[in-house]
Design a protein around this ligand. Structure first.
Ligand SMILES: [Zn+2]
Length: 356
């Protein structure tokens, strides 16, 4: 899709355009917020109350009286008794009404490419990147061996824009980058990708496809070392999901190690064939429960680094573990002071003793 197309669509689905085509009376403007007469309740009892708020940036509507709310397309669909798909089509085909005052800039999100395609693009992408000395030394300091570093396919993110543009130009000859989280376009239509200082960690699915890439940041940001390789809110960008990755979990597996640290995950996977699951950026238990659904797992050993404060652990308990406990999972914690702990012979024994 071209930038012009986005802008064109944005105009058509703007809440003010929808209001115009739905004969909604707009009473007054306050910045991007407009007061209007609610088409569902505003005319009742011969009253004409402007309880409806339209937001021309978010393209939302909300009536404070009757509670009807949602997005522009949904409003059109509701008023015309059709589904959102038809509403979208009809809005696009209808003439565009312009209120000069209204300025809007929305960038629709790309639908994510399926995992097989993402795997192809990401595999080729990673093969074009290198792991620089700084990151290699860092990984070695965590006790990754040279061969495990290679096996994990960690790659540094190029900081120079010229390098990124060359990589993108080569990639797009073969692949469509729309729908691949992390990739986006500049205003001149040239492709680029998300490039904070750090290195990439491929995150696999059960079939060994790269689902997505995690970024390990050189410097912590908002209390985390990890971000997803994502291009939300960018031209032709695609948001990432909070992927979960797991290894060695079989039908008979009863105890798993759970971690929110993807390097810990990769290290433990190197050390022994232990059942392990990793998550990152997850804010509720839903996706973790979903992964456990078809297994016989009963015990979960959450590994956490001692350096991290109790606040974060409380957050985990509140947001994630509380639900798991309700479902009958037995949860214990295993603190690791540094990565060397994992390599100690009794690291996994301790876990066994704890959950026995
Ligand atoms: Zn209303």
């Amino acid at each position: 899709m071209k930038i012009e197309d986005y802008k064109e669509i944005a105009k058509h689905i703007n809440i003010l355009n929808v209001a115009y085509h739905s004969n909604i009376e707009v009473i007054k403007q306050n910045g991007s917020e407009f007061s209007a007469i609610c088409p569902f309740c505003g005319y009742k009892d011969n009253k004409r109350e402007s309880n409806l708020k339209l937001n021309s940036i978010k393209n939302t509507y909300h009536c404070f009286k009757c509670g009807n709310s949602g997005y522009s397309i949904g409003l059109y669909a509701k008023l015309n008794f059709m589904d959102n798909k038809k509403a979208f089509k009809e809005l696009i085909s209808r003439e565009f009404f312009s209120i000069d005052k209204s300025q809007l800039e929305i960038i629709p999100i790309n639908k994510m490419a399926d995992v097989e395609y993402r795997n192809l693009v990401y595999s080729e992408f990673l093969s074009m990147l290198k792991l620089n000395i700084k990151h290699k030394r860092y990984l070695q300091s965590l006790d990754f061996t040279s061969s495990s570093i290679e096996e994990c396919n960690f790659k540094s993110i190029p900081s120079k824009i010229i390098s990124r543009k060359i990589i993108c130009s080569n990639l797009k000859r073969k692949y469509n980058l729309e729908g691949i989280p992390g990739f986006y376009m500049h205003e001149d239509f040239s492709w680029d990708f998300f490039a904070p200082d750090g290195f990439l960690i491929p995150v696999y699915d059960d079939y060994n496809n790269i689902q997505g890439l995690s970024v390990h940041l050189d410097k912590e940001f908002n209390g985390t070392e990890y971000l997803w390789f994502s291009s939300n809110n960018k031209i032709n960008g695609t948001p990432a999901r909070n992927w979960i990755t797991k290894a060695n979990i079989y039908e008979h597996t009863q105890t798993i190690i759970l971690t929110d640290n993807l390097l810990t995950y990769n290290l433990i996977r190197q050390v022994e064939d232990k059942a392990i699951m990793a998550f990152s950026g997850v804010t509720n238990s839903y996706s973790i429960l979903k992964e456990l659904e078809d297994t016989n797992v009963e015990n979960i050993v959450f590994t956490i680094r001692k350096l991290e404060d109790n606040q974060r652990l409380d957050y985990m308990i509140e947001k994630i573990f509380k639900d798991l406990l309700c479902k009958g999972y037995d949860i214990t914690y295993k603190y690791i002071e540094n990565y060397k702990d994992i390599l100690e012979d009794n690291f996994l024994d301790n876990i066994k003793l704890k959950v026995a």
